[in-house]
Design a protein around this ligand. Structure first.
Ligand code: ATP
Ligand code: LTN
Length: 339
């Protein structure tokens, strides 16, 4: 095929907040999925530090974690030759586009978002930061600026992508076609990893109980300890069933790592005790995460200048793409081009 006849690759955009140390939920629900599809698409992967400040952050921690998330992307197999990797606040178009979209978004649709409702519940009468409400508009700006076709995220983020579609369609209809209307790209087994202490809840890096999550940077002994303490049930038999959410979650973790179906894993361990099964799960996780952790340690230490160079180049590529869309947006809403 000649170059001209080669179909253009679709664009993928995704991001993770540096609001805590990344968990195996982020890794299996998001990053691993990105790596697996990297060759199929034109990729843009962002460290969304502007989203992270919707909740108060310690500045020194935020700086270190933003770099650590970038190192995790690279250590997990994101290839800077194939994917632009950058820090959101390095590309000013995100804040600029978010304002234009805010003026086209409705309070009602924003206040109906599940994540907003969860983060503000039990806060009646307290001061609620407006950033929590506008969070999905900034996310829409992230996605629409790159004319992304696909947004690979975990199931918890699908509602925000739906809102992004609504905003894109609204803008396209009111002005004229400006944005690609993006679609969610969901990964099945790893799509939702649950809290180890409360398997009814999503595993989250901002949980206050460290036993409830496995961090990508956890050492093998921490992984063994946390998995051995994971909440299960009193049924005592390993089955892949909604009646056993704790066991189901451990099966899902193993499945997302080794690619076996959950049913096949349940069958393989049908005669095992919970203790034996948990040991097997812990060793599977350790084998997967150890090389990633070691590479991150290197990039944060002696490889630091390499990391910074990759982020600089990523921001330049992202800025070029984003500016093109921002110029269109500004023109359509009637801003005078700068002199
Ligand atoms: P926080 O809990 O701090 O709000 P988070 O851990 O949910 O954040 P995000 O930065 O919001 O992490 O999410 C980054 C990506 O990781 C998203 O695509 C999200 O869907 C995915 N993700 C996060 N947690 C999980 C999980 N437990 N299972 C699967 N995917 C997850
Ligand atoms: N809200 C997302 C993080 C995020 C994102 C994005 C994901 C911000 N902007 C754009 C995909 C595309 C979350 O995972 N909490």
């Amino acid at each position: 095929m000649t170059e001209a006849a080669t179909p253009k690759k679709k664009i993928v955009f995704s991001g993770i907040q540096p609001s805590g140390s990344l968990t195996i939920g982020n890794y299996l629900g998001a990053i691993k999925n990105w790596v697996n599809h990297q060759d199929l698409y034109n990729n843009v992967f962002c460290i969304v530090d502007m989203h992270a400040i919707t909740v108060r952050q310690n500045p020194a921690d935020l700086r270190r974690r933003s770099l650590e998330v970038a190192a995790i992307y690279l250590a997990s197999g994101i290839d800077p030759e194939k994917s632009a990797i950058f820090i959101q606040s390095h590309v000013p178009a995100h804040a600029q586009a978010a304002w234009v979209l805010t003026c086209n978004a409705y309070m009602g649709e924003l206040s109906r978002m599940t994540q907003y409702k969860m983060k503000t519940q039990n806060k009646e009468g307290e001061a609620i930061e407006a950033g929590l409400l506008y969070y999905p508009v900034l996310m829409a700006a992230d996605i629409l600026l790159y004319q992304a076709d696909y947004v690979p995220v975990g199931i918890d983020q699908t509602q925000h992508v739906e809102l992004t579609r609504d905003l894109a369609i609204r803008f396209n209809n009111y002005y004229s076609p400006t944005f690609t209307v993006p679609e969610v790209l969901l990964m099945k087994a790893g799509a939702k990893i649950m809290d180890l202490q409360n398997p009814e809840k999503k595993m989250s890096k901002s949980s206050d109980n460290p036993n409830s999550y496995i961090m990508i940077m956890d050492k093998p002994e921490d992984i063994r300890r946390k998995i051995s303490r994971a909440v299960t049930d009193s049924i005592g038999v390993i089955k892949y069933s909604d009646d056993q959410p704790g066991i189901q979650n451990l099966i899902n973790i193993m499945s997302a790592i080794n690619g076996q179906s959950p049913e096949a894993i349940a069958a393989q361990y049908a005669a095992a005790s919970y203790k034996e099964f948990k040991e097997a799960v812990a060793e599977t996780i350790i084998a997967e995460l150890t090389p990633v952790r070691e590479k991150v340690e290197e990039l944060m230490g002696s490889g630091r200048s390499e990391l910074e160079a990759i982020l600089k180049e990523g921001a330049a590529r992202a800025d070029y793409m984003a500016q093109k869309t921002l110029r269109k947006m500004y023109k359509k809403v009637g801003f005078v081009p700068s002199f």
